[in-house]
Write a protein that binds this ligand. Structure first.
Ligand SMILES: [Zn+2]
Length: 329
């Protein structure tokens, strides 16, 4: 076949072919970019998180009828330990929480730990209902790697601070064995002294009260659970004088009003403590609290990606000496 104007036909063909080629490249490019974005999202979603504050409570520990989620008002999905354990582990997998410092009465903790020993670090619990174990037995459990953290110590519920003589042998042991210590700081639920704990006082949650312990046990690795909220100035004072002190953001990252949490967090970051703040959920009987706590950090627009990664993982990994301590992973 003879084209009346071959050069024009070939130009048209070539330009059409080029357009098709460009179109295909554009499509492939878009697919590439989209898959890169989705891949990055997946990677972000799948990046590991360490939860420095989780609880393993037996059935009925927070009341036979359970307790509604303080934010949503919805009842706990179950009051049965096994169901809460399963649902909590499912949430941990969903958010890629690879490690959680978990504390509760020892029997319950052992049941939780046996389910996924790689994911659960055993914490020694102390509150108004649960006593500390015998020091010699505890030493054995720490040495054998069956327990890894001394905490959560909720001394405030019993009207105590960490300076009380009760804690001396335990702090000595923790310092000797290089065991991290987690102390409850800040406040407790509304009306606490009228309900569970008549000896509870707000003042015992003040992080400044830890100072004597920090002086007496200078090698103790200690972290302020709940980040000392609402004692902002005192938390800053303690963290600036004692560089070994870290803090978790558990509970405040989902229970208190979001704006208040973000202002508090922003203050701690601005004060220069971004390398010592750690993620925590304080999940008790509401497995959904894990996601709510993650969202509390994710939604902080003032945090850089690096600061978020530090909070979600890096700071806790450093605090727990994960690279140095084979037992912990
Ligand atoms: Zn606490």
């Amino acid at each position: 076949m003879k084209y009346p104007n071959k050069s024009l036909a070939s130009k048209l063909f070539l330009s059409g072919e080029r357009k098709i080629l460009q179109f295909l490249l554009l499509i492939y490019g878009c697919i590439g970019i989209l898959s890169l974005i989705s891949c990055q999202n997946t990677m972000n979603k799948n990046r590991p998180i360490i939860d420095m504050h989780l609880h393993s409570y037996p059935t009925g520990y927070m009341g036979e009828a359970g307790m509604p989620n303080p934010v949503t008002g919805k009842p706990s999905s179950s009051i049965i330990e096994e169901a809460i354990l399963e649902a909590t582990l499912a949430e941990m997998h969903r958010y890629n929480i690879t490690l959680a410092v978990t504390s509760g009465p020892l029997d319950a903790l052992n049941r939780w730990k046996s389910k996924e020993p790689e994911r659960i670090l055993g914490g020694v619990f102390f509150d108004e209902l649960t006593q500390l174990p015998n020091v010699e037995e505890l030493k054995e459990q720490f040495t054998e790697g069956r327990l890894e953290v001394l905490g959560e110590l909720v001394a405030q519920m019993k009207g105590l601070t960490l300076s009380d003589t009760l804690f001396e042998p335990y702090l000595t042991l923790a310092e000797e064995l290089d065991i991290p210590v987690g102390i409850h700081t800040g406040v407790g639920p509304s009306e606490t002294p009228y309900t569970c704990c008549p000896e509870f006082r707000v003042k015992y949650g003040n992080p400044v009260l830890l100072e004597e312990v920090l002086v007496r046990y200078p090698k103790l690795q200690i972290y302020l659970m709940h980040g000392g909220w609402p004692y902002l100035e005192e938390t800053k004072a303690i963290m600036s004088v004692y560089p070994q002190v870290y803090a978790d953001l558990a509970t405040i990252d989902w229970i208190i009003p979001r704006e208040e949490f973000h202002e508090y967090l922003k203050d701690l970051i601005r004060a220069g403590f971004g390398k010592r703040l750690m993620f925590g959920s304080d999940q008790m009987v509401w497995p959904e609290a894990i996601g709510m706590a993650v969202e509390g950090i994710e939604s902080a627009k003032f945090l850089t990606k690096v600061e978020k990664r530090d909070i979600f993982y890096n700071n806790a990994a450093r605090f727990l000496k994960l690279n140095e301590t084979v037992n912990l992973r």
